[in-house]
Design a binder for this molecule. Structure first.
Ligand code: HEM
Length: 1111
């Protein structure tokens, strides 16, 4: 039938289930199906760019016939979406693009909040009016009214007033009805006038046509008003008139209303629907929102922060995937007189059109699995081999030059409205409602129209308050004050505070006086000291108020430090090809960095990286820019004279430093005893120090490693050697006295994570194992003895040497993470030990207590992770320095980060909580005391996201432990995160795995790099003759790996047999050179990094600062 005529589609279109029909066709006939005499439907992701993309085809013939009221009311000029000529479209599109530019979006935020609040109030009103406290409303209808009203603001600067009047004129209904005619006429363009003369079809459209044309007329009549869409369109077209011209407004007003309101209201209603079907997601989303916006009377949902919420974004994506508002007809066709188009080997003759149906491709298990038809938001953020989430097949906003121009606004709306609804209300299906009805009531009319959704809604009782002042401790325990909007069945989670407010203030004072707060950020509410604090970490303020001046609620500190000179980093003439080494003693102003890189404020990684590069002179002046780049200078040195000020009053330190611990008391029993702190540290600038290194601020990098040494820490240490100022380029006669060389301490944990003491002889065993392991042996070379130190981890010894913990840690369980305690079995006798050893030898991957190291992400070693959570705090507090997760790669000298004396921790850009993959604490600091004691009182829970975040925030000390965004540390792979895709860093790799298996098209971009822990062609330390033994061991391992069939895929570019031959040949014949032919052509980013570092160690090339290693 389809071969002969598309009238069949008119019938299907009338029924409104075209999207399901397309799903069925593709399931039955495959990815390319003929659906009409001259039309194909394609669900092949690789073809999307060729159909919809920049090099694709123009809009298809359906757009000649998609008119709401043909020949009447509506102008003959098509709106943007209907323009078939690509050049005309591109020209017009530019104005639309600018009308949705970020600055313009900011302008719309105000009305988004106003209309959003109106929607919340509308629902609250329904609840208040209801005798049983349950609001009964058709939420789908309310959301449609909201979206109309909001579009009225955005497009016409006009309040449509649908929420206010409950849409008494039924505009939404008439728009729904009006969609039928174009949905049918688009199928058979030749019949549009015939269809347009059927009264039952056109009558439905008339009312809406009247409404749209009234709005257009009103808009034109307005002389001044808000900067709405038409203002921006006219401005962008250089129409210097207050009133945009009639044809412009007329032709685009229907588009603005339909495209802008029906789409978003469809998605938000579906979000509510899916959350009600699977309420566990409703709870989880509420929790995510509560953590981000701790509930209180004043709690405000900040739009800026919403883009970073993992679950919220995943839920939105999942609904866009399952229910794209334009589910079927993304139609394109070869241009007229082009003769046709070739899509790979598929020829599309002129006169034939191609449709890409989002609904069908989104449910194709080749692109989304498991369970493509199920609502499962996790697929958007979980990564493992069993999950396929192919973003190249995700096209709810279409793709290419005619994709949805309103996408940025739509995302803003989806996030905000979903957030305020879910934050404020609890919803549940009304009794008697059949949830299956929802799907039945969805009709595909190009844009989907929906039916009613009647959940009962209640005002929500939210989680705990996090605000400092809400939880002031009292002498007899914890005072749980919470500010709720209603008081039903609510049990707030208790605060984590164990210190009195007095002590928290003293912690602040101590840190500021020690120069650990080089920031002008104000104190959080509630933690302000009573008197201004002198701060040697920031320059003297122009007018110094005497520190004795008693002021209540001091919001910031008084600078008493030296002048800051922001440096212009330039390469030196003799080294012009390389960036300059940082100036010794220079400091990164992290206030400036945070302004540019805090993704809580919707900043882009790419922009942050540019600032970081330019400010540090890493670009070597090669970027072409016109503006003044001085504002991006963030590196400074301290200069000038110190001001002598009267010493601020201090609580005299009582006796010796430290806590006087109370014997093990439970948290409920009492607060911490009064805190005794040592005198604050002296703050010295680098030029005031007698030596290059400051003993109070040792430069030690710590990593914690369990199990056999692998290519992960190998690459980390190589990158350390390649980038840090270690003086490796100097001969032994030259002095390194002027350099403060950082050290790299590798903490090796042998045996199972649960063992508190390594067994006797463990140290020797550790060295034996390191020297016989190819990945660690090179670092035992005498050349590195002063900078790389392997140390045996001993939990008992470490905890016994932390004064805050030593008397009490034994009464806790070591393995507590986020409140989840993993019980360690009681002492085991000899027999059991033997049994355990047998178990160990079997390497039971699931044996949490006994596993030795993790071998892959699928054997994620939970216990070791928990131990390492604790170890990083213990190590940094005891020795000072920076802890790094063992898979970190250094890409520049960290001099300026050492210069910043404050504490900091890494956070993911998309999540507000701490992640301590990087952690810096000052040796024996007040903050360290606070953290270790608080963790102890919570059963040694050092989980970064739940525990540490709560400790720091509840105490108002989070500004002392700065959250540094991940762009500073692992920038390239952030490409894969949500909104970053709008402006991805280069190269724009869309999958994390592409850093390791880089698509050849992206491997030629030399701007950026990633890391794979091995080099598939040379999977051994390739460090030259000085490290021949390590290489030999590594090659042997590689041969073994090649023999193992599981590993064979690592060698996919050459056959397994060939790999084995090549490797054995080299081992046997020793000296023979490999052929370049054996090597891979398009190197993965990870491989490029490994080879670059190794080349430096071999002495074949200089490091990133142009220095050659001295051998
Ligand atoms: C969840 C919300 C939205 C979705 C899923 C969506 C989806 C789409 C899709 C699939 C197209 C492309 C049709 C094609 O390729 O043939 C499109 C085009 C368009 N959308 Fe959206 N849209 C949404 C919200 C908005 C909003 C809020 C506006 C604002 C007015 C808007 C304005 C437009 C315009 C003007 C076009 C035509 C673009 C062109 O042809 O260059 N959309 N939309």
């Amino acid at each position: 039938m389809c071969k002969v005529s598309k009238l069949w589609f008119v019938w299907l279109g009338y029924q409104g289930k075209l999207h399901l029909y397309f799903d069925g066709l593709h399931k039955k006939y495959g990815p390319i199906v003929r659906i009409g005499p001259n039309e194909l439907s394609v669900v092949e992701a690789t073809l999307i760019p060729q159909i919809l993309g920049q090099q694709g085809m123009p809009k298809g013939p359906m757009w000649d016939a998609r008119s709401f009221v043909p020949g009447r009311n509506m102008p003959s000029t098509p709106s943007l979406i209907g323009i078939r000529d690509v050049n005309v479209h591109a020209k017009f599109r530019k104005s639309w693009n600018r009308a949705f530019a970020p600055a313009v979006l900011k302008e719309h935020e105000e009305s988004l909040v106003t209309r959003g609040t109106e929607l919340v109030e509308l629902l609250k009103g329904k609840i208040l009016d209801s005798p049983d406290g349950v609001g009964h409303a058709d939420i789908s209808r309310c959301i449609s009214q909201w979206s109309f009203d909001f579009m009225g603001d955005v497009a016409f600067g006009e309040d449509f007033g649908l929420m206010r009047t409950n849409d008494k004129d039924e505009h939404i209904h008439s728009l729904d009805e009006a969609q039928l005619l174009p949905a049918l006429s688009q199928m058979v363009p030749w019949a549009k006038f015939f269809l347009g003369s059927i009264p039952s079809l056109t009558n439905r459209a008339k009312d809406f046509g009247k409404f749209a044309s009234q709005q257009a007329q009103k808009r034109i009549a307005k002389t001044t008003g808000k900067k709405d869409l038409f203002y921006h369109l006219a401005t962008n077209m250089d129409i210097n008139d207050d009133q945009p011209p009639l044809p412009l407004v007329m032709s685009n007003s229907v588009l603005a209303i339909v495209a802008g309101s029906h789409t978003t209201s469809h998605v938000i209603s579906n979000i509510i629907y899916y959350l009600l079907r699977q309420p566990e997601y409703l709870r989880r989303l509420q929790k995510e929102l509560d953590i981000t916006f701790p509930p209180s009377e004043q709690a405000v949902i900040q739009i800026d922060k919403l883009a970073n919420l993992e679950l919220l974004d995943a839920i939105i994506n999942e609904v866009l995937r399952l229910q794209p508002p334009v589910p079927t007809y993304l139609q394109r066709a070869p241009p007229i007189n082009s003769g046709g188009r070739l899509l790979n080997d598929l020829f599309i003759p002129e006169g034939t059109s191609v449709v890409v149906p989002p609904h069908a491709i989104h449910r194709d298990k080749r692109y989304f699995s498991p369970s493509p038809d199920q609502f499962w938001p996790e697929r958007w953020y979980l990564h493992n081999e069993t999950i396929v989430t192919d973003r190249s097949a995700f096209i709810p906003f279409s793709y290419g030059p005619a994709n949805c121009v309103g996408r940025p606004l739509a995302l803003l709306e989806l996030r905000y409205i979903t957030a305020i609804l879910i934050y404020n209300f609890d919803f549940s299906f009304e009794e008697g409602y059949d949830p299956d009805q929802w799907d039945k009531d969805l009709f595909d009319r190009y844009v989907v129209i929906k039916g009613g959704l009647p959940p009962g809604s209640r005002l929500r009782e939210k989680g705990r308050s996090n605000s400092f002042s809400d939880y002031l401790p009292t002498s007899n325990g914890l005072h749980e004050k919470h500010t709720l909007r209603s008081s039903l069945h609510f049990k707030p989670k208790p605060t984590t505070l164990v210190f009195s407010q007095e002590d928290l203030k003293r912690i602040w004072e101590w840190e500021v006086a020690s120069g650990h707060y080089q920031s002008r950020r104000p104190f959080p509410n509630g933690s302000s000291p009573d008197i201004p604090l002198l701060n040697p970490g920031i320059p003297q303020d122009p007018i110094i108020t005497t520190p004795h001046a008693s002021r209540k609620q001091v919001r910031s500190t008084v600078g008493s430090g030296l002048r800051r000179t922001y440096v212009d980093m330039q390469s030196l003439p003799h080294n012009i090809g390389y960036p300059p080494r940082p100036v010794p003693g220079s400091i990164a102003d992290l206030d400036i960095v945070m302004e540019q890189c805090d993704f809580g404020n919707n900043k882009y990684v790419r922009d942050c990286l540019e600032v970081l590069r330019i400010g540090a002179g890493l670009d070597r002046g090669r970027r072409i820019r016109r503006g003044n780049l001085d504002i991006w200078k963030y590196i400074y040195v301290e200069e000038g004279q110190r001001l002598t000020l009267p010493t601020p009053p201090k609580t005299p330190p009582k006796t010796i430093s430290g806590i006087t611990p109370k014997p093990s008391t439970s948290l409920e029993e009492s607060l911490e005893p009064p805190l005794h702190l040592p005198p604050p540290r002296s703050y010295w600038t680098s030029s005031e120090l007698a030596t290059a290194c400051d003993p109070d601020h040792p430069r030690i990098f710590h990593i914690f490693w369990g199990g056999p040494f692998t290519s992960h820490p190998y690459a980390t240490i190589l990158s350390f050697l390649f980038t840090q100022n270690l003086g490796l380029h100097l001969s032994p006669n030259e002095t390194t006295a002027s350099i403060c060389r950082p050290q790299f301490w590798v903490w090796i944990q042998t045996g199972p994570a649960r063992e508190a003491n390594p067994k006797p002889g463990a140290l020797k065993e550790m060295y034996d194992s390191l020297s016989s392991n190819p990945w660690s042996a090179p670092f035992l070379h005498p050349r590195f003895k002063d900078i790389i130190k392997f140390k045996l981890w001993n939990t008992t010894e470490q905890l016994d040497n932390i004064r805050e913990l030593k008397d009490e840690w034994r009464s806790t369980n070591l393995f507590n993470s986020g409140g989840h305690v993993y019980e360690i079995p009681p002492d085991i006798d000899e027999k059991k030990t033997q049994f355990m050893n047998i178990l160990k030898s079997r390497r039971d991957e699931d044996d949490l207590m006994n596993r030795i190291g993790s071998t892959s992400s699928s054997t994620y070693d939970r216990m070791r992770t928990i131990l390492s959570d604790l170890a990083r705090f213990v190590l940094c507090h005891r020795y000072g320095g920076i802890y790094l997760d063992a898979d970190t790669i250094f890409l520049r000298d960290w001099e300026e980060l050492w210069g910043w004396k404050g504490a900091f921790a890494y956070r993911w850009s998309r999540l507000p909580q701490y992640n301590t993959a990087v952690l810096k604490l000052n040796k024996g600091s007040a903050l360290g005391t606070f953290l270790t004691r608080t963790a102890l009182r919570h059963g040694l829970d050092f989980h970064p996201m739940t525990a540490i975040t709560a400790y720091a925030e509840d105490a108002g000390l989070d500004n002392l432990l700065l959250r540094l965004p991940d762009a500073l540390f692992d920038s390239p792979w952030l490409n894969t995160e949500g909104f970053q895709k709008d402006r991805p860093p280069s190269p724009p790799l869309t999958e994390f795995v592409h850093f390791f298996e880089t698509p050849s098209a992206a491997s030629s971009d030399a701007q950026s790099a990633g890391w794979k822990p091995w080099d598939p062609a040379r999977n051994w330390p390739d460090l030259g003759s000085r490290f021949a033994e390590a290489e030999r061991l590594g090659r042997l391992q590689a041969v073994d790996a090649a023999r193992s069939s599981q590993q064979a895929e690592s060698f996919s570019f050459i056959t397994k047999a060939k790999a084995r031959r090549a490797l054995s040949k080299i081992i046997i014949e020793g000296e023979e050179e490999e052929s370049v032919e054996d090597d891979k052509r398009d190197l993965d980013w990870a491989t490029i990094l490994k080879r670059t570092f190794e080349s430096y160690i071999r002495g074949d090339s200089p490091n990133m600062y142009g220095e050659w290693i001295y051998w």
